[in-house]
Design a protein around this ligand. Sequence first.
Ligand SMILES: Nc1ncnc2c1ncn2[C@@H]1O[C@H](COP(=O)(O)OP(=O)(O)OP(=O)(O)O)[C@@H](O)[C@H]1O
Ligand SMILES: [Mg+2]
Length: 359
Amino acid sequence: MSKFNKSKPYNSLPALPPKEDVESKKILLKTIKASRALGKLNGALSNLPNPNLFIDTIQIKEAKASSEIENIITTNDDLFETLIAEKKNSNFAAKEILSYKSALYIGLEEIKRRPFITTNLCIKLVQEIKHNKSSIRVTPGTALLDGRGQIIYTPPSGENTIRTKLANLEKFTNEYEKIDPLIKMAIIHYQFEAIHPFADGNGRTGRIMLLLYLKLEKLLDIPAIYLSEYIIENKLNYYKLLREVTEKGKWENYILYMLDMIEVTSHNVIPKLDTIVRLMDEIEGIIKVKKPKLFNKELLDIIFKLPYTKRKNLIEAKLGTPKTVGNYLMELERIGILRSKKVGKEKLYINHKLMKVLE
Ligand SMILES: Nc1ncnc2c1ncn2[C@@H]1O[C@H](COP(=O)(O)OP(=O)(O)OP(=O)(O)O)[C@@H](O)[C@H]1O
Ligand SMILES: [Mg+2]
């Protein structure tokens, strides 16, 4: 165990792989459970008629939860309104959350082109999250504080030191094959947070990396999982466990925590997917009975892409002229499927039943 002093930059943070045992019997048993749950979720997602349809709605929730860790809380209403309405001066918190979501999308695009998790990818993510040109910390002075302002951890300092540690992390992530990918995921996350390469946004970047890593490992093809919610609910424990790895080289409880996060969140999402699919069927049925001429598969998809929609979305999907699609939306409101709401100069239409499932 390298010497650790919480007030001094931890430049001796050990390189990966860890020297300690990270495959205890307890960890291996939990890995099996977590893999099984994740496999079930991945299967449920691939059975959906159009799995991509749900990414937006589910990720908005994840983005909200992730940003909540930093206390950027906003209501679902504000969030969806900001996403869909072209409001100027819209809610700052909602914008923060949407930047988390766009960072995830950028990450997904990047790994499609280059299937690795790299330092440069992390920099791209944090820049999108922070809307600025953030990069590796160059000035000393970053420290993590507890609620009372006491230093609990001082990450490594010096750009070269940080880059060397990130290079080791990159190599471990993309090349090391002796550990199960789910255990590896937990180790990668710890190491990234301990390196703490950026002045801010390390938590959010690290959580997006988890999803990208699961995708690269083909464990979760679509990032339809609310990892952040679990972390928020168990935040104190999460912080304590990270510290135990640093201070005592105790990996077991931390890894078990991360595996439990995978298991619990997978179990939570599966029924929600089922509910959304059933709701889609139900609404399809209502439209077919009450307004058969209105029924159109693409229209149905659009009102399930996000719980809020507007004329422009329908026009962009080539469903008709502004006048025609305006009529579609009004008809859907008349039969009780959508509810309109004026935001600025625009009229938004809410799929209130879907909204309810998401809340
Ligand atoms: N003792 C610790 N050692 C290493 N990393 C830690 C420790 N305590 C917390 N962290 C990590 O630091 C993150 C916070 O860092 P930072 O403020 O840069 O990220 P953020 O994205 O702005 O915040 P948040 O994660 O709260 O949304 C936490 O999410 C956690 O992952
Ligand atoms: Mg922060």
